[in-house]
Design a protein around this ligand. Structure first.
Ligand SMILES: *Cc1c(COP(=O)(O)O)cnc(C)c1O
Length: 372
């Protein structure tokens, strides 16, 4: 909470229209277009919804292939599977959980319809290279920018580069509305149809703008719009974007500086940020030496009431995927699955509490070495 959330929610209710595409939805759209420079966007109820819209928009047909990093959230893959796509998983880099662009080309076939890049922890993927592949082989790039609000590739905002991009405002992200998301449309060929898919397959938005005299069922779609109450909460957060972001980036840097000594002694690994990528303070992780050490660290920290958490289970080894496709190897992804650990990072995190986390992480590694 940053201050005005409840005030705007009350105002939305007083305006007498809390369904989708109301006053605050429009204000959020304006913010994203005018202040952030996105060409076109639509708020959705989640990033999962936005990914499902993207799969419909690029017209996925049964048998089409989509290349996705295995180290990601379920929805990145599931949204395309719902439309009948076959998922081809790509590995991460050895020093960064993002999709290894060198692993993409060998997965491309004439059936490849899209590559979905995930900017893990808000750190950009190598966008110039994937965009070149897309034009060479003629497929779409969709940015899953769920974690990447206010982050950059070179001087370009993440979410503004691929043909389509999706954001999340789930309460675990930087800017939140409980559940919430957004589809960004960077290719104008998708503008008209996106609005129809958003509005249950009807041309209702055009009707409300007075462009047609009745609205009809014209395509497939679903109810992808969030309530205006959700948008009101989100708008208050957007107004405080700078405050939230500068605090989160400071917390990120404190962890990095505080733990650098352990990295230099090679007790653990810290995030490696490519030159082309910015930081947005979405999450801070360390990489332990193995699964056992990570489990021990989690319980060591929980002894001090510090909640640290691991992250994704490799999707290529998920029961759903493996039962249909058999075994696949993504070695780097498996390393992050078993060794990556996230430390507490949220807007309200107290600086003294953060120092306590750093102190105990150091204590764990120094002690462990002493015992050996
Ligand atoms: C959070 C997240 C999602 C899902 O977002 P929802 O808004 O909860 O649907 C998808 N992809 C990635 C990479 C995420 O981090």
């Amino acid at each position: 909470m940053t201050g005005d959330e409840l005030y705007y929610i009350k105002d939305a209710v007083n305006r007498g229209k809390i369904s989708g595409n109301g006053y605050y939805t429009q204000r959020c759209h304006e913010y994203f277009k005018q202040k952030m420079g996105f060409r076109n966007c639509l708020l959705t109820s989640s990033c999962t919804d936005a990914l499902e819209m993207a799969a419909i928009l690029i017209n996925i047909q049964p048998g089409d292939e989509v290349i996705i990093p295995s180290y990601t959230f379920v929805s990145t893959a599931n949204a395309f599977v719902l439309q009948g796509a076959k998922i081809k998983f790509a590995d991460s880099y050895s020093n960064n959980p993002n999709i290894d662009v060198n692993a993409i080309e060998e997965l491309i076939t004439p059936k490849t319809k899209a590559v979905i890049v995930v900017h893990y922890a808000g750190v950009a993927c190598d966008m110039d290279t994937v965009m070149e592949l897309a034009s060479k082989y003629n497929f779409f790039i969709i940015e899953d920018a769920a974690q990447a609000i206010d982050s950059y590739y070179k001087d370009r905002r993440l979410g503004s580069i691929g043909h389509l991009a999706t954001f999340s405002f789930h309460e675990t992200k930087n800017i939140i509305s409980g559940e919430g998301g957004m589809l960004v449309i960077n290719d104008e060929r998708f503008d008209e149809r996106a609005e129809i898919i958003w509005e249950k397959g009807t041309n209702r938005s055009a009707f409300f703008r007075g462009e047609i005299d009745k609205y009809s069922w014209v395509d497939i779609g679903s109810s992808f719009l969030p309530s205006d109450v959700t948008a009101a909460f989100l708008y208050a957060q957007l107004e405080n974007l700078e405050k939230i972001q500068s605090r989160r980036k400071m917390l990120w840097n404190n962890y990095y500086q505080g733990l650098l000594e352990l990295k230099e002694k090679e007790y653990l690994r810290l995030p490696e940020i490519p030159d082309y990528a910015s930081l947005n303070g979405h999450l801070f992780y360390i990489v332990c030496k193995d699964l056992k050490e990570r489990s021990e660290l989690i319980s060591f920290l929980s002894g001090y009431k510090i909640h640290s958490v691991f992250h994704y289970q490799s999707l290529h080894k998920s029961p759903f995927y493996e039962s249909k496709n058999g075994e696949l190897e993504c070695r780097n992804c498996d390393v992050f699955e078993s060794r990556l650990l996230r430390l507490p990072l949220y807007y309200e995190l107290d600086l003294q509490d953060q120092q306590r986390v750093i102190k105990h992480v150091k204590e764990f590694f120094n002690k462990e070495l002493y015992e050996i």
